[in-house]
Design a protein around this ligand. Structure first.
Ligand code: FEO
Length: 384
């Protein structure tokens, strides 16, 4: 029997969640993607978030055209992809779940059921024949959780990449880089080594299409996406430019930041300024990883840094921020210590080069501070 295999994306768009994973703003929403591979056997890859299970099951049912799926491949157990598992298994009682050993352990934790009579445990390199298509499973621990497997379709040369290569935003027309980077840095930024290990495995495959669990299917210029992932996993700056992240209570630190930004722009530098109390913190963090230079400007507060700056630096440090030039601006009315505190908060980050001079503002910028700002702008410009 000759069967024409094909893959169908069954995706739902979430524009109702305010904070994805409880912390990332998603003004353009996010998709949860499931896929159906139709061959002699029918395999469904992953489910969707709990709020969209009914919509997904309806779309899946239409795609199946009255047939019953043979397999549900669970690549990733995070609930934005696995929440529909119980409803699926109830609706399709003949289906077998295919997942890693650790995923089944997590299944028991999440669903209080281990589906022991309907399971197929797979590990790195295992294969599953659907007829004309053979699927190969690729373990990808910590991209984004330890149980993750990815799936390679050797016929269409498609990599089903779980969270990897996903991005925020519902429409296919949203530019990929910024929202993919914000997603990557936020979700797996800490796990550069594991992403590199995955990319090494992927380099041995011919990949014509990438099907992630969020965002669009990627089918053109695959090398460009892989190169960006390689850059991010290496913690290399992606672009030239200066990110200035600041906190200001009465506007004086903000004024100093404005002066620095203006000087840098006049010299021809690209500058992005983030008020950490008011911006989307994940955007500021993502941009700090993107650009090659960072300036931190903080009020001295409780003999340390202002709380929003502490939060920002914690995000950077937790995600392995490294290999950057960093300038410091501190403000204090009687005992400015923010620069020292910011250095300490970055002390766990490797290959950070602090740029001189440190700008010290005593309440509001005076001539000495203005000179320091000018000198800092020149030092930053020289790295352009
Ligand atoms: Fe999209 Fe780690 O879940």
């Amino acid at each position: 029997m000759k069967v024409n295999s094909y893959t169908e994306k069954i995706s739902v768009c979430d524009k109702q969640t305010d904070f994805f994973e409880g912390q990332y703003r998603i003004p353009q929403g996010i998709t949860y993607n499931s896929y159906l591979i139709s061959d002699e056997k029918l395999a469904v890859l992953d489910t969707v978030d709990a709020s969209f299970t009914d919509e997904w099951l309806k779309g899946l049912s239409e795609a199946l055209g009255g047939n019953s799926p043979d397999y549900l491949i669970i690549q990733h157990m995070e609930p934005d992809h696995s929440a529909g598992l119980g409803a699926f298994m109830e609706k399709y009682p003949e289906a077998t779940i295919v997942a890693s050993e650790m995923a089944f352990m997590m299944m028991k934790n999440f669903f209080k059921a281990d589906f022991s009579d309907r399971r197929l445990v797979v590990k790195d390199g295992d294969e599953l024949c659907l007829g004309s298509v053979t699927l190969r499973f690729i373990s990808a621990p910590m991209v984004h959780w330890p149980e993750v497997i990815m799936t390679y379709d050797d016929k269409s040369k498609t990599l089903f990449s779980a969270d990897a290569f996903g991005r925020f935003g519902c429409g296919d027309d949203i530019p990929w880089n910024d929202e993919a980077r914000r997603y990557y840095i936020g979700i797996v930024g800490k796990y550069g080594a594991q992403v590199k290990a995955l990319l090494k495995k992927a380099s041995e495959l011919e990949i014509k299409k990438i099907c992630p669990l969020h965002g669009p299917v990627l089918s053109e210029n695959i090398g460009r996406y892989v190169e960006l992932y390689s850059c991010w996993a290496d913690y290399r700056p992606e672009q030239k430019g200066v990110v200035i992240a600041y906190t200001s209570v009465y506007g004086n630190t903000k004024a100093a930041v404005g002066t620095l930004g203006k000087l840098l722009v006049e010299k021809g530098c690209e500058v992005r300024i983030y008020d950490l109390a008011r911006c989307d913190m994940s955007e500021a963090v993502s941009d700090a990883f993107c650009k090659d230079r960072l300036v931190l400007a903080s009020t001295t507060y409780n003999n340390s840094v202002f709380p929003f700056m502490r939060e920002f630096l914690t995000h950077l440090s937790d995600r392995g921020f490294k290999r950057r030039a960093v300038g410091l601006i501190e403000n204090g009315s009687w005992a400015p210590v923010a620069a020292k505190a910011m250095r300490e908060l970055l002390s766990g980050c490797e290959e950070i080069r602090f740029i001189e001079p440190v700008v010290t503002i005593l309440s509001s910028p005076d001539a000495k501070a203005e000179n320091q700002i000018e000198a800092l702008s020149e030092a930053l410009f020289k790295l352009n």
